[in-house]
Design a protein around this ligand. Structure first.
Ligand code: 4AD
Ligand code: MG
Length: 502
């Protein structure tokens, strides 16, 4: 009897006969041999079926199986360095659960819109598979970090009576005739819980009606938000620093193979160690006005221009070869894929060439008091090889609950953590305003009606203490760790402006 196992466990079964169950990822065959690449959720394995007198019918069936057919295979495990995954199966028998015809996602190129519309199937592709495995570990690492340090998990509500961040990005819901909102943050609620448990965190989905279609914005994303009592801004920053180091190192330890498959430069992640850089918002403004930022923009622009040239040339050459007479069919397909990839990269490079001059202008004319934009964050982060804490933003840029700085009342005791390589803000946090009168003043400045926040104000009336916390967005962090261009691949089913299906 063959032992049922999975591809990930094949190293333990070399020489034995096992049963694998999965789906056909890809296949090719010659007159006497069929190579079936099986996918079983844990990995890929090449299954080799040799045609004999006894199995002619089975061989014909195997040869004709369509991509993503579900099947169960018995065979002997053999170590083979050349095979995908390092092992192969010499097939003895094969049972087809379902033979599939016309699977929509073929190995040839598809546009992103098409793939996003087929997200429920796109999952099965290698890269998507790798990303969501890393996500699962990232989420585990996040929970472990706080659980190991005796934080108490507090689940905060999703229906909220009032705004937690800015009023511009609220999703409304009808709550038995009353207008309520989908939670933008759990923070105000974890502040209440912090007064009971000292160190707490919430971790769940949050919602923002972001009307911009950027690479960094989802309308539904996951955020972890720790909150600690008797803490000042430095305490919060130190926690964030330890946290980011630990989750990055954990993913690196457990997912080298997946990160390599994604083409991630592992050195850049290995470099994520303490201490991170720290600068104030005012320093950041000087940096944007200075030569280093301008030079960075200029060299980026030059690089993008030469990339455009190089890619255009490459595409023309490949196009000529693809359409030339006598090019083999497999080569035509391979070239078509390469051309599609190059075109996508070309679009990105052309976009950079168009945008960088504008970004340069924004940076050079940046005025103290406005919020850092995506391109500003990108250039600041790109001038550093480790994450950067930007602290003490002007009050007008940030939420009402952040603590006003005692020495310079124009600014807040707050920070954003910018990930390197241009990934931008992955954490926003602050010490909280613990003084009832100043908090009321801030709410007035922001035109916030205090009535729905009375419960929150009670926290300043009964035993107020210095405290603070932050929120880390899972998807932006994962995009950075995996080196992805766009946030849409970091969550199983992305919700963005213009995207709610599937
Ligand atoms: O800076 P934000 O808005 O902070 C808060 O919500 C605070 N209440 C957190 C706290 O102090 N407890 O958001 C925190 C993080 C951002 O740094 C980013 O990583 C992520 O949440 N984020 C988004 N991710 C994807 N799509 C969006 N639209 C996001 N908006 C914020
Ligand atoms: Mg923020």
């Amino acid at each position: 009897m063959a032992t049922a196992t999975t591809i990930a466990k094949l190293p333990k079964h070399v020489g034995q006969t096992v049963t694998l169950s999965g789906w056909l990822y890809n296949s090719r065959s010659s007159g006497k041999l069929a190579f079936l690449i099986l996918r079983d959720g844990t990995g890929l394995c090449q299954c080799v079926l040799e045609k004999t007198d006894a199995n002619a019918e089975l061989f014909q069936t195997a040869k004709r199986l369509g991509q993503e057919s579900s099947l169960v295979v018995d065979g002997q495990v053999r170590a083979d360095e050349r095979a995908v995954g390092g092992y192969e199966l010499i097939v003895g028998d094969l049972r087809v659960v379902q033979n599939v015809e016309g699977y929509p996602i073929s190995p040839k190129a598809h546009g992103t819109e098409f793939l996003m519309n087929h997200r429920h199937l796109w999952f099965r592709s290698k890269r998507q598979w790798a990303i969501l495995r890393v996500r699962s570990t990232l989420v585990d690492a996040i929970r472990r970090f706080y659980n190991d340090r005796d934080f108490v998990l507090i689940d905060t509500p999703i229906f909220a009576p009032s705004a937690g961040e800015g009023a511009q990005t609220l999703f409304e819901a009808d709550y038995f005739g009353d207008t309520v909102y989908l939670a933008q943050t759990g923070q105000l609620y974890v502040e209440a819980a912090m007064m009971a448990h000292r160190k707490v965190y919430c971790f769940g989905p949050t919602f923002r009606a972001e009307k911009s279609k950027t690479r960094r914005h989802l309308t539904e994303f996951w955020m972890v938000e720790p909150e600690i009592a008797y803490a000042d801004l430095d305490d919060v920053i130190e926690l964030a620093e330890d946290f980011v180091c630990e989750i990055v190192q954990r993913v690196l330890r457990d997912h080298r193979a997946e990160l390599e498959l994604l083409g991630r430069d592992l050195n850049k992640l290995e470099n994520i160690t303490k201490p991170f850089y720290r600068m104030t918002y005012s320093d950041a403004v000087d940096l944007l006005h200075g030569d280093r930022a301008r030079e960075k923009f200029e060299s980026d622009l030059a690089a993008a221009k030469s990339r455009v040239e190089q890619l255009s040339k490459e595409i023309n050459e490949k196009e000529a070869e693809r359409t030339a007479q006598g090019t083999k069919k497999w080569k035509v397909e391979k070239l078509a894929q390469e051309i599609a990839d190059a075109r996508e990269e070309l679009t990105d490079a052309e976009e950079l060439v168009r945008n960088i001059p504008h970004h340069m202008e924004l940076a050079a004319n940046f005025e103290w008091g406005s919020d850092l934009g995506g391109s500003d964050e990108t250039v600041i982060a790109r001038l550093h090889d480790r994450p950067v804490f930007v602290t003490h933003y002007p009050a007008a840029c940030k939420a009402f609950y952040m603590k006003r700085n005692l020495n310079d009342p124009r600014v807040l005791d707050c920070f954003d953590l910018l990930a390197p390589e241009g990934y931008g803000e992955i954490i926003g946090g602050s010490q909280r305003e613990d003084d009832l009168d100043i908090l009321l003043e801030r709410m007035k400045e922001e035109n916030l009606d205090t009535a729905p926040y009375e419960w929150y104000l009670d926290l300043r009336r009964y035993g107020t203490v210095p405290h603070g916390g932050y929120g880390l967005g899972v998807e932006r962090t994962l995009a950075w760790i995996c080196g992805l261009k766009h946030i849409r691949e970091t969550i199983p089913f992305a919700r963005m402006m213009g995207r709610i299906y599937p």
